[in-house]
Design a protein around this ligand. Structure first.
Ligand code: SF4
Length: 257
């Protein structure tokens, strides 16, 4: 299973790939899932039936990832697990509960388990720079210390770069379309080539072109991230493209969206 970790890390926006012990953690069908080389764990299920359904879906998902390996660019970025005590050191230890946890210790444990994020505590909400150096304030608002908390910014950077490239390509495509329309007075073809896309896939494609992430699309269309991913794979196959940008450009060029 280990060889799938970089592909899961690339395919799921919220996946985190840990260096030691090597494992990947992600939200799947609303459950936090941990995959180790020889072990899979997830929590918390309301019933045995829910757990069984989850296992079936997870196996389908892993088979999907395996079958789509050639279409996914693996992401080998790993992060080191931070000891709970190191996180506790950078928290104010006031137990103010603004993070939603009863104590700072519980919040630190939640970060380690991937159930909460650093920015949920006001003291960690504003890293000084992208290396995630956090200022520590005293009760009067004075900065008394700073601590470097390692965060995985590569996905954020990749997404921003991807969106910038997407915007540039969309602008170029729109410009070309406009020029073509100006040069050619003939009416548009009444028949569109939809490449066999379903209405749902076209909806997903529109949201891709607008720059939404898989998670955001999942929220907007009220479908699971796994379903979004299935639609994406179908879209890529039907359009014969390898990434979101190519899909969006082709869709605009062919008047699909
Ligand atoms: S918000 Fe920050 S200071 Fe308050 S309890 Fe949570 S971790 Fe501790």
């Amino acid at each position: 299973m280990r060889h799938l970790f970089p592909y899961i890390n690339a395919a799921l926006d919220e996946a985190v790939y840990y260096e030691k012990p090597e494992h990947v953690s992600f939200l799947f069908h609303g459950y936090r899932c941990f995959l180790y080389p020889n072990l899979a764990a997830a929590h918390f299920f309301e019933s045995k039936m829910a757990a069984k359904d989850f296992i079936v879906c997870l196996i389908d998902f892993l088979n999907d990832i395996y079958n789509q390996k050639e279409n996914i660019r693996p992401n080998y970025d790993q992060i080191k697990q931070i000891p709970i005590i190191d996180i506790l050191k950078i928290l104010p230890k006031t137990n103010c509960q603004k993070c939603g946890y009863l104590t700072c210790m519980a919040f630190a444990a939640a970060i380690i388990k991937g159930k909460s994020a650093a920015d949920k505590c006001p003291s960690l909400a504003s890293p000084i720079n992208e290396n995630a150096v956090y200022p520590i304030f005293d009760n009067n608002g004075n900065v008394v210390n700073s601590v470097s908390l390692r965060i995985n910014t590569s996905k954020l950077k990749n997404r921003i770069q991807e969106q910038q490239e997407q915007i540039l390509m969309l602008e170029a495509s729109l410009k070309t379309n406009k020029q073509n329309e100006e040069q050619n007075d003939s009416p548009r073809k009444s028949e569109k080539n939809n490449f066999g896309l379903t209405n749902r896939e076209i909806e997903v494609l529109k949201l891709i072109a607008e720059g939404y992430t898989n998670n955001e699309i999942s929220g907007i269309l009220f479908i699971s991230p796994h379903t979004v991913k299935s639609h994406m794979i179908n879209i890529f196959n039907k359009l014969s493209v390898n990434d979101r940008t190519q899909a969006a450009v082709l869709a605009i060029q062919n008047d699909i969206i």
